[in-house]
Design a protein around this ligand. Structure first.
Ligand code: NI
Ligand code: MN
Length: 229
């Protein structure tokens, strides 16, 4: 069965895998691209990459509304429990570790970034995600700088790669192109750009550069657009 991927906007993503809805970095309320309001979001799982507000803003509310299982690093999971999210709905993981859920496997990858929580609490180390399900591999770099070990994450073949291209806070277009050359995915979808003036980029220009320099196909998704992985 195909995996349905929907780009909500900024760095918020929804995957539908075998009847389960996995919402990554739930940022709806202050997200200028998000069409849905946080209280209408349905989720079986929430995946949270790090503690910054543009990745975690609505996570506590959605977790409480839906009873979704929250997957994040140990420090963020502890913070969620402090915010009143039930312990049985919390699954801590950490960098380099994978776990087999009922929809597939999630492995936490390295990300070079920060992870402080909105109230100033310590949020541990930021992460990216390798999701393996339905015979496909998806690599969400999440907020990160370029690093050469991204090549390792591509070794088993990546069907969908989602890098940030916004610059300023994360990889910009040049480094995101380099990362595609390391990961060698079949398809790349850029994210984390055009949300605010600091990260204005042209997705189509980046797509052409990538396709001119690699064999990866780039799909520039607008808010709410979907594709089958
Ligand atoms: Ni961030
Ligand atoms: Mn961010």
């Amino acid at each position: 069965m195909a995996i349905k991927y929907t780009f909500v906007g900024h760095a918020t993503h929804i995957f539908e895998i075998g009847g389960k809805r996995i919402v990554v970095d739930p940022f709806f309320t202050s997200n200028p691209f998000a069409e849905a309001s946080a209280d209408s979001v349905e989720a079986d799982y929430l995946l949270v990459s790090h503690g910054h507000f543009d990745h975690i803003e609505d996570a506590v509310a959605i977790a409480k509304n839906t009873g979704a299982t929250v997957i994040a690093n140990f420090e963020i999971i502890s913070w969620f429990q402090g915010q009143g999210v039930a312990g049985e709905n919390c699954h801590p993981q950490h960098l380099g570790g994978g776990f087999n859920y009922d929809f597939g496997r999630v492995k936490f990858t390295v990300a070079h970034h920060g992870s402080g929580l909105p109230d100033g609490s310590y949020g541990g180390n930021p992460a990216g995600f390798l999701i393996s399900a339905e015979g496909k591999n998806i690599y969400l770099a999440c907020d990160t700088a370029l690093f050469s070990d991204m090549a390792l994450y591509g070794e088993n073949g990546v069907d969908l790669y989602v890098p940030p291209i916004g610059d300023n806070f994360t990889m910009g277009p040049d480094d995101a192109l380099r990362s595609v050359q390391l990961v060698k995915p079949k398809v790349a979808v850029p994210c984390h750009y055009n949300t605010w003036p600091y990260i204005e980029q042209d997705g189509q220009t980046w797509a052409k550069r990538v396709e001119d320099n690699t064999s990866t196909k780039v799909q520039v998704l607008g808010p709410g657009d979907s594709l089958d992985v």
